[in-house]
Write a protein that binds this ligand. Structure first.
Ligand SMILES: NC(=O)c1ccc[n+]([C@@H]2O[C@H](COP(=O)([O-])OP(=O)(O)OC[C@H]3O[C@@H](n4cnc5c(N)ncnc54)[C@H](O)[C@@H]3O)[C@@H](O)[C@H]2O)c1
Ligand SMILES: N[C@@H](CCO)C(=O)O
Length: 354
């Protein structure tokens, strides 16, 4: 039996959902996937940190109503997050980084990933900052320390895109993409179609756990811009930075604009896109677009995302699925761990029962 010790950095919607899945499905994973997870450390800006080599009961983590600094009440707990000490020294095989995305510097998440890789720990993350702004450095560190840096959940939550495009579409000749890559803004546009005001719709998205800590990133397109950078660099061989991507969000759209589009048989959608020309030059943008109802992306509703990948050999391949959601995104972390497990099943196991 293979057991991976895991450290959860940031204990908000996504990592809390992962802890819930560990509590509910560890036995199933052991039978179906060949491994189980043992949470040995958790840090959070508000709750503090806790480290236990024997493991922390996931049910205690998800069922206890912790107050600020509340991890101090747990055995091995502290009111301080102590991220660098925990990341570098916790007895973890894998670090799950799910703190706030900082669209400008990616910090402190970039440092969290760096510390983990430097100390020989795999990193799985849903944080777009490190992947959009420091991928080259972090991939080099992962190679140097013979560990993995996986980030499926950075784009389209648990819906398979990055690994799928890199492996299953290898050789198809990817030349570009366009997609609905932010669940919050698509949810907001849908609620505005139901005549709900912009601010009320944003509040609903926040309550659903879709939105960023600062939802401006969702509605002004900054979140999509990071994802366009990630996809252009990962799938089109680019070396883009956010400043290379023109960006306009949906905050200037009014209910009247939405209603007029509906009268014209159209729907407003926030589209992220990139295309590589024959010289290898990549043009990328984020902008609201009025799509005719027969456009492949027009029917995408709620927090669902969709991406149409343009290829030489297959034409357009469209993938659609959840783009946000606590459990849906926690699944992305699990899919990263499955990829790590399958890449090297003989990797050093931390505990073998028999
Ligand atoms: N929620 C989704 O649907 C979704 C989908 C894809 C990607 N993501 C990304 O995943 C990450 C986590 O998302 P979430 O919904 O769990 O966010 P969240 O705001 O619910 O939780 C983030 C947690 O990180 C903690 N935190 C922030 N800075 C920290 C630090 N320096 N040290 C320790 N803890 C820190 C916060 O206290 C909070 O509890 C974000 O980067 C987000 O952009 C979220
Ligand atoms: N706030 C983001 C989370 C997923 O990255 C969204 O709504 O798509």
């Amino acid at each position: 039996m293979v057991q991976y010790n895991i450290a959860l950095i940031g204990f908000g919607g996504v990592n809390r959902a992962l802890a819930q899945l560990v509590a509910e499905r560890n036995e199933q994973w052991q039978a179906e996937l060949g491994f189980r997870l043992n949470i040995v450390a958790v840090t959070d800006l508000n709750l503090g940190s806790v480290v236990s080599a024997n493991g922390i009961d996931p049910r205690t983590l998800v069922e206890t109503k912790f107050e600020t600094g509340g991890f101090a009440k747990l055995s091995g707990g502290s009111a301080e997050a102590d991220n660098e000490k925990v990341i570098r020294h916790a007895p973890a095989d894998i670090v799950a980084e799910a703190t706030f995305t900082n669209p400008d510097s990616g910090e402190p998440a970039v440092s969290h990933c760096r510390w983990a890789l430097e100390s020989g720990k795999h990193v799985v993350t849903t944080n777009k900052g490190p992947v959009a702004l420091a991928a080259a450095e972090l991939k080099m560190l992962a190679r140097r320390h013979h560990v993995a840096f996986e980030y499926e959940g950075a784009v389209m939550s648990g819906t398979p895109v990055i690994r799928m495009a890199k492996t299953t579409l290898a050789g198809a000749g990817l030349t570009g993409f366009e997609g609905i890559l932010n669940g919050t803004s698509n949810f907001v546009l849908g609620r505005m179609e139901a005549a709900l005001g912009f601010s009320a719709a944003v509040s609903e998205a926040q309550a659903m756990g879709y939105a960023e800590a600062d939802p401006t990133a969702d509605v002004e397109g900054y979140d999509v811009r990071l994802k366009v950078v990630i996809l252009a660099n990962e799938l089109l061989g680019g070396a883009l930075k956010p400043a290379d991507v023109s960006c306009k969000g949906i905050s200037s759209l009014t209910v009247s604009d939405i209603e007029t589009a509906a009268e014209d048989g159209c729907r407003w959608k926030l589209i992220g896109s990139a295309a590589r020309d024959e010289n290898g030059r990549i043009e990328a943008s984020v902008a609201p677009r009025r799509l005719a109802l027969d456009h492949p992306l027009a029917a995408v509703s709620g927090a669902t995302n969709a991406i149409s990948l343009r290829t030489d050999l297959l034409g357009a391949v469209t993938v659609t699925g959840p783009g946000a959601g606590r459990v849906e995104t926690a699944y992305a972390l699990l899919s990263d761990i499955v990829a790590i497990h399958r890449a090297e099943p003989a990797r050093t196991t931390k505990e073998t029962a028999e």
